[in-house]
Design a binder for this molecule. Sequence first.
Ligand code: CU
Length: 252
Amino acid sequence: MKSRHALPLALITIVVGALTAASMLLIDWYPDQASEQAPRVDHLLWFLMICSAVIFTGVTAVLIYCAWRFRVPEDDESEGPPNHGNTRLEIIWTVIPILLLVVVAVWAVKVQLDNEAVAADQTAISVTARQFVWEFDYPGTNVQSGDLRVPVGKQVRLDMRSPDVIHSFWVPEIRFKQDVVPGRTTHMIFDPTKVGTYPIICAELCGAGHGLMRGRLIVMPQAEYDAWLNQAKQQVAAPPANAPAPAATPGG
Ligand SMILES: [Cu+2]
């Protein structure tokens, strides 16, 4: 590169780079991390964001500089000089993306394997997604709820079914999204790490009420979860005399 290009191009790169970095760092892009899996997903996403930002900065800086430095008068309709390419440049812009894609592919497979590693001790819960509600059944009990309650610090396995159309179970704070497909059971595992209440969102357009198909994931300390489950079991076992057969328990 001739030196007369270097300084202005460097200055433009610094300005574009600073604006790009600011937009990455000053905006809170990610929701809370509420599962053991979330940081792994976020590290990979940050790597992709940083690579994208570097490439964006380089391309935009060159584009702005060239548009300014090599502009022609408005009435200049002449062709530019012929260009037969540049072998070195072409090798560089082929090899770097190949390396990046290999790194991302290997990293993504590792994240998936780590995130799907099955723990010996799991809380298994059956999920039914129907137009337009989520229902949760706690195996070994007759307890059913409209909120998904799980104990913190123990792996949760969801076995998910749909009697009607395709839905998608999504909790942003967990970082997982899984389709629920009629005719088969799909599974999802996650390890909740943070007590709290998080939104469950249907992420697959499933009909007129899709936008309202929301639930809550309530992550509780183990003792509170045990107490809730015991109380719910008792209520299911001994309904009030004049009540119809129970389906849902208090607390949703
Ligand atoms: Cu939906």
